[in-house]
Design a binder for this molecule. Structure first.
Ligand code: P61
Length: 470
């Protein structure tokens, strides 16, 4: 090959390269164990990537939750922890940051996202209620069910089609919502559960037009809207990129407008807010805040720490402001796209358009010969780990769990394996290694067999289920 044939990765994709708006100050060594050791580790973990030891993992794309790198400012904030039991100054910093960037009035801290989901579900849902939402999330739906509610999926149909190119596949189908209201009555619907970028659909966004229209419909029926704001920064990025009238607005401005159409939000701060642990619930109605404050002392901790240390709240307050930065979000989504574009160039089936936090391999098209009840997405995650030590996560039939009515598996349309990119952690070279490994198992796909489930826990079975090779 002549020298001028060498192109940067940006040039190969027909663009100028982007780069991260930070540089590395501290590193964490990682190691690669041998293939024989990986095979043994996979077998011992029951072919469930949640059961692997992280020391046996080379590149960890299990989740972007709590795995991001904090900045030097956040670490400095850790030293400023006020560990008073009550009224820590760090709580007030956190409260001010949520009010400033998200615009909600009352803030209740929690140990992580599901703590906030628990509070909002118990505060608002009564036995026999229905909670419409733009696709389920595992912990969100479980808390709604445990509070006596039934989750109803009202996302647009395009969200269930991995190759559909709709730019806002997270949108609520207002017709589906109207039908539910007509069927059960608005008084059986305590709120709409709206997620900003829909995790299980592939990190797909909701448009501003959709949330505005949703607000109007809900106003007509006196129904509230609560937002899962976990990845709203990424949602705002897609609005900035794709929706008319928003190209000139900042992520922060778009975020604030979006939140203004909702009555409150719960947050897993372990994602967009760039901390390793933490969460919050924020609401605009005083009576909801009061219920949440009453309950937080039972389940999480006092209402001025909610399960976090003072230092955690300080790092979180700083992370809220850092994470919303336009260059930060663009580089974050840019890295996800970099990996996705490589795979698309090799005709490897993934969910499109590429979403905000992860690449989702479409296991139904990857392993068309493996039936869904032999767990193709679980198989894919296990094969990838055995090939290269890359850890991913099943997001298909195992994650969907069983139908509480019939007891049978739920068969979701999407059978996916998620490669989730932690924020500010891995380099472009790591992404190349991941892509090449996926290519290798894709090339060997015809010889690959599925799995049998040999242990199944009662709740959120994907975390601890065990499998055997068929
Ligand atoms: C994740 F396999 N997500 O994506 P907590 N809402 C949303 C989330 O993404 C989310 C939570 C609420 C995780 C961790 C995780 O089935 C699983 O702080 C949109 O984790 O309690 C968490 O926030 C809950 C992984 C959660 C899973 C549930 O990797």
């Amino acid at each position: 090959m002549s020298k001028d044939k060498y192109e940067t990765m940006g040039q190969q994709f027909g663009r100028r390269s982007w780069a991260e708006p930070w540089k590395v100050k501290m590193v964490e060594p990682i190691k690669m164990i041998s293939q024989a050791e990986r095979k043994k580790a996979a077998e011992e973990a029951g072919y469930n990537t949640f059961l692997l030891r992280s020391e046996d993992v080379y590149i960890d794309l299990l989740t972007d939750s709590g795995t991001s790198a904090m900045s030097d400012r956040q670490w400095a904030g850790i030293m400023l922890g006020d560990e008073a039991y009550a009224g820590s100054r760090n709580f007030y910093h956190l409260e001010t940051a949520v009010q400033e960037y998200y615009g909600y009035q009352f803030i209740v801290p929690t140990h992580q996202g599901r703590g906030a989901e628990h509070l909002i579900s118990q505060a608002l849902i009564e036995e026999g209620d229905y909670i419409p939402g733009n696709m389920y999330f595992t912990t969100t739906r479980l808390h709604q069910e445990l509070a006596g509610g039934t989750f109803v999926d009202v996302i647009i149909d395009e969200a269930h089609a991995p190759q559909d190119q709709h730019p806002f596949k997270g949108n609520v189908d207002l017709q589906k919502l109207q039908s539910l209201i007509d069927k059960v009555g608005a008084d059986k619907i305590p709120y709409v559960s709206l997620a900003g970028t829909v995790n299980m659909a592939g990190g797909q966004p909701v448009s501003m037009a959709n949330v505005r229209a949703l607000r109007e419909l809900c106003n007509q029926h006196g129904i509230r809207i609560y937002l899962d704001a976990t990845r709203m920064y990424e949602n705002a990025f897609f609005i900035q990129e794709r929706e008319e009238g928003y190209a000139g607005k900042s992520i922060a401005q778009i975020l604030k407008e979006f939140c203004s159409y909702t009555d409150g939000a719960w947050m897993s701060a372990k994602k967009d807010n760039l901390v390793n642990i933490g969460g919050w619930l924020a609401v605009n109605h005083e009576e909801v805040a009061e219920k949440a404050r009453n309950m937080v002392v039972v389940y999480e901790g006092l209402h001025t720490y909610g399960g976090m240390a003072g230092r955690d709240m300080e790092a979180l307050a700083i992370g809220i402001a850092e994470g919303v930065n336009d260059d930060q979000v663009a580089a974050r989504v840019g890295q996800v796209r970099y990996l996705g574009d490589l795979l698309l160039a090799w005709n490897i089936p993934i969910v499109e358009p590429i979403g905000g936090h992860a690449i989702f391999l479409d296991a139904k098209r990857f392993y068309p010969h493996i039936p869904q009840d032999q767990f193709p997405a679980q198989t894919l995650a296990a094969e990838l780990y055995m090939d290269s030590g890359v850890r991913s996560m099943e997001r298909g039939i195992v994650s969907a769990g069983r139908d509480p009515e019939t007891g049978g598996h739920r068969y979701p349309a999407l059978e996916l394996t998620r490669l989730t990119i932690p924020r500010r952690v891995y380099t472009q070279a790591h992404m190349d290694v991941v892509a090449e490994s996926i290519k290798a198992i894709f090339d060997a796909r015809e010889q690959t067999k599925g799995l049998e489930m040999v242990y199944e826990p009662e709740y959120l079975r994907f975390f601890q289920a065990r499998f055997k090779k068929l």
